[in-house]
Ligand binder design. Structure first.
Ligand SMILES: Cc1ncc(COP(=O)(O)O)c(C=O)c1O
Length: 467
């Protein structure tokens, strides 16, 4: 029997489907399913237009660290809007919130930082990183040193250069990307990438050797930078093997390759340390920040660069004149005021330390999912996790992508009152607000287990594990 037709969409859902192009959406399927329309939020919960409550298990898009309805953040925005609703940082203009925020970020940075360049999104931050590295190498008189290395399954954004860094096929295919000069080295995923019997340390050593070989093959004089997320997010929450960055960093040093940590997800406490590179034990030259910087109450992002880059900008300016890069909304005063307040709360309320404490429970409940018949690997660090669904646990065989097993699990989770996301390879991602408490972590996982059980029933009924 053919499946029953989907129920008709509500009026609001129909207006949605007929009016805008939703980002990161299966556009064809979406015409039948329509959107989940959210109306309000409080703490770790969001509520749809019917009043149904959900635990926001993804903190929006890895960003609402302080949850919803935080009156201090609302007040910081309102006060700044009343005082000075907009001012820019172009052509010698400035404003208090940006100055104070840059000072605070320099103080907090895990490595020596000379200056902060503000923008409004993670993609803009990573695009800016590339342009600054190119500028740096022109200033240093090495115009051939321009290639950028990122990793397969990395996610660095969607603008043309950032999407070129991103190592996911869907971000390249039919977008005519990546641009030339963007290279992708192996993904540091032990579960999928390790050889039989290879330990995490051995796997890390092999990946470092591969990076070394890639740079040698391209010519070190042509390779400018290496960029990495401390823990990969949108690529499926991939925690690198033990000692990975300790082995990668010397390769970058050996070839004079600038190292960028993309902390758009991991910055401001996600892994239980203020910055992810602290948890993963490496010292990047530059850092990209966004998302939790303002707890996503308003868009703001930035690039934190060392003195070496600033000196290059100065020397280029002496040659060219104006540093011709900047975004209208970079360092927007209202966003900056909110970011300052968010940082004040992170420090005052020990949000990062508390997240580190809760991480033990979160990771224990996550690890327990490894026993589930559908789960190939449940992995994570701090308050982030990925649950990879497989058709066959023993052989690690994935489901056929067209069956949409991950997407179905997301639907079952939503029925249970839990928002999670499915990314490539049927990986369910979890990234709750950092303010989540022990009881809410338990509730999150109880709901997820029920959703996995229902997904397993459905997979069995439809015989999807065998195709
Ligand atoms: C690690 C990382 N870098 C960059 C980006 C891009 O940020 P945006 O969507 O704000 O452009 C993201 C978005 O999820 C991200 O996870």
């Amino acid at each position: 029997m053919p499946p029953p037709p989907p129920p008709p969409l509500s009026n609001l859902a129909t207006r949605d489907v007929e009016t805008f192009v939703p980002p990161y959406t299966h556009l064809a399927g979406f015409r039948d399913t329509g959107p989940l329309i959210l109306e309000r939020g409080r703490g770790v919960h969001v509520y749809d237009t019917e009043g149904k409550a959900y635990i926001e298990g993804m903190a929006g898009l890895w960003c609402t660290a302080l949850g919803y309805g935080n009156e201090e953040l609302v007040e910081a925005a309102a006060a700044q809007m009343r005082k000075l609703s907009f001012a820019h940082l172009f052509t010698g203009k400035s404003h208090d919130p940006a100055i104070e925020l840059a000072e605070k970020l320099k103080e907090m940075a895990p490595v020596p930082i000379s200056k902060v360049f503000f923008c409004a999104s993670g993609s803009e931050a990573n695009d800016s990183q590339i342009k600054l590295v190119w500028y740096l190498n022109n200033a240093l008189g090495r115009p051939k040193k321009k290639k950028i290395v990122s990793r397969i399954k990395a996610y660095h954004g969607v603008t043309i250069a950032a999407a070129s860094l991103t190592g996911l096929a869907a971000n390249h295919r039919d977008f005519d990307l990546p641009l030339p000069g963007f290279l992708h080295t192996a993904c540091p995923h032990h579960y999928r990438g390790a050889q039989d019997g290879e330990s995490e340390e051995q796997f890390a050593a092999r990946l470092a050797a591969e990076l070394d070989a890639l740079i040698e093959k391209e010519g070190p004089e042509t390779v400018a930078a290496f960029i990495a997320e401390p823990v990969m997010g949108a690529g499926g929450v991939i925690v690198p093997p033990r000692s990975y960055f300790e082995k990668i960093a010397p390769i970058c040093t050996k070839h004079d390759v600038f190292m960028i940590s993309d902390e758009v997800i991991t910055g401001f406490g996600r892994l239980g340390t203020m910055f992810g590179c602290e948890k993963l034990h490496f010292h990047p030259h530059a850092i990209s920040i966004a998302k939790q910087l303002s707890s996503a109450y308003l868009p703001i992002a930035g690039v934190m660069v060392p003195e070496q880059v600033y000196q290059a900008l100065l020397s280029e300016s002496r040659k060219i004149g104006v540093f011709a890069h900047g975004f209208t909304y970079g360092g927007h005063p209202v966003s900056a005021a909110v970011a300052l307040k968010a940082i004040e709360i992170y420090l005052r309320d020990r949000i990062v330390e508390k997240a580190a404490e809760q991480a033990a429970r979160f990771q224990a409940r996550l690890a327990a999912l490894n026993a589930h018949a559908l789960v190939g690997e449940a992995r994570g660090l701090g308050l982030i996790g990925g649950v990879e669904l497989v058709a066959d646990k023993r052989s690690k065989r994935s489901f056929v992508p067209q069956h949409g097993v991950g997407a179905k699990a997301v639907q079952f989770a939503e029925h249970e009152g839990l928002i999670v996301r499915a990314v490539l390879g049927d990986v369910l991602t979890l990234c709750p607000p950092l303010i989540i408490n022990a009881a809410q972590i338990d509730e999150l996982f109880d709901r997820l287990v029920r959703a996995l059980d229902k997904t397993l029933d459905w997979v069995t009924r439809e015989r999807l594990a065998h195709s």
